[in-house]
Ligand binder design. Structure first.
Ligand SMILES: Cc1ncc(COP(=O)(O)O)c(C=O)c1O
Length: 369
């Protein structure tokens, strides 16, 4: 007999106590989801378009008031299941506000310290909501610095940077698992046009558009995806020329539009991108409130303005069908900003021309914008 047997080198880092704590944290997240109801899909009645049904998926009714509730839950689950978050982990995020509000809720649920890094222009009411959940806020002068400051803070404290802008597109299971796309399509199941012509959404991380774009392909649907983009956002340039690397000074519509094309924005699953003037976004939020009593944030205005134009286009072409867009967050958060006449005037936004475009579209079915 020749040679010798080399012993196996075994490096065991398993810890039963640690695994048990992660399992318990995941149970708490699942229990919270099990206690929660789904969000409504409101049908908007527009007499001028008898052949077109417009729907608003009302994401403002999540416990933390925005569609970011879904993302925050997914990011915590992703961090826990990937071994990146455990007991006592300091969780850090870069945010324009809404995601951090939702993440502060989940960090509190799990008993984890949480810090949000945000631009100093973030609405005071969002800061108050984060602090109410026990989160801390670090405010930076330049919105473009939020990423590096958040990463550095996580590194310095041995924490975990959730990094919604990178992980949104993969933390959510786009095949289903009660994601926003599956929820919308199930709720449309009994409608006269269950497979919409268009789904219209904004992009913050780009995660929602990535989920919907992938889901419609996976389900074999012909529904097209329209992303709306506010002024001074980098998504438009990235859609025209992926990889162009253009950066901008950043959007004035909270929640959507970014100074750089975020890694979670997947232009290949988007059919059309529409740039919407900021005054039109704000005017549409005012219009929605005046006509329906529904108080929604300005990014809902961005999406609804473009969705109304698409409805007019279908109507003008003699087509029938449905269009879905999102009511992304609760307008109560913006009473002192986008719904304040003095703040609107300070920004130089003239809402009247857009209010008149919307009134003509709604009452006569004609787009004059
Ligand atoms: C109109 C609208 N659509 C979509 C989103 C989705 O954001 P994200 O791209 O981060 O999924 C937002 C975020 O606030 C929004 O306001």
């Amino acid at each position: 007999m020749t040679g010798s047997v080399e012993h196996l080198l075994e490096v065991d880092q398993s810890g039963h106590a640690e695994r048990a704590r992660v399992i318990e944290a995941i149970r708490k997240l699942k229990a919270d989801q099990t206690r929660s109801a789904d969000t409504h899909l409101h049908a908007m009645r527009i007499p001028a378009f008898p052949g077109i049904d417009l729907y608003l998926k009302d994401e403002s009714t999540h416990p933390t008031g925005s569609l970011k509730h879904r993302l925050a839950r997914s990011l915590f689950l992703y961090g826990l299941c990937s071994g990146l978050i455990s007991e006592g982990t300091h969780v850090v995020e870069a945010s324009s506000g809404s995601t951090a509000v939702s993440e502060a809720f989940f960090a509190h649920l799990l008993g984890l310290p949480f810090t949000a890094v945000m631009a100093k222009s973030t609405s005071p009411s969002k800061i108050a909501l984060i602090e109410r959940e026990g989160g801390k806020c670090v405010l930076v002068d330049d919105p473009a610095d939020v990423y590096s400051v958040a990463r550095a803070l996580a590194d310095e404290t041995g924490g975990h940077y959730l990094d919604q802008f990178t992980y949104a597109e993969r933390a959510t299971d786009w095949r289903g698992n009660n994601n926003i796309a599956e929820s919308i399509f199930e709720q449309l199941g009994m409608e006269r046009f269950p497979s919409p012509e268009w789904v219209v959404v904004g992009a913050g991380t780009g995660g929602t558009s990535a989920t919907i774009g992938r889901y419609v392909r996976f389900r074999g649907l012909t529904t097209r995806l329209c992303v709306v983009d506010p002024e001074n956002s980098a998504f438009l340039a990235a859609f025209r020329d992926p990889g162009c690397g253009e950066t901008t000074c950043g959007s004035r519509i909270e929640g959507i539009g970014r100074p750089r094309a975020e890694p979670s924005f997947l232009p290949d699953v988007v059919d059309r991108l529409v740039r919407v003037p900021d005054a039109a976004s704000v005017a549409t939020a005012h219009f929605l409130r005046a006509r329906t009593g529904q108080l929604a944030g300005p990014s809902t205005g961005t999406a609804l303005y473009a969705a109304t134009k698409l409805a007019c286009d279908l109507h003008a072409a003699g087509q029938e069908g449905s269009i879905v867009t999102l009511l992304c967050d609760d307008g109560v958060r913006y009473l002192d900003t986008y719904f304040s006449d003095s703040r609107v005037a300070e920004q130089g936004w003239d809402l009247d021309p857009y209010l008149s475009v919307l009134a003509t579209a709604r009452d006569d079915g004609v787009w004059t914008g």
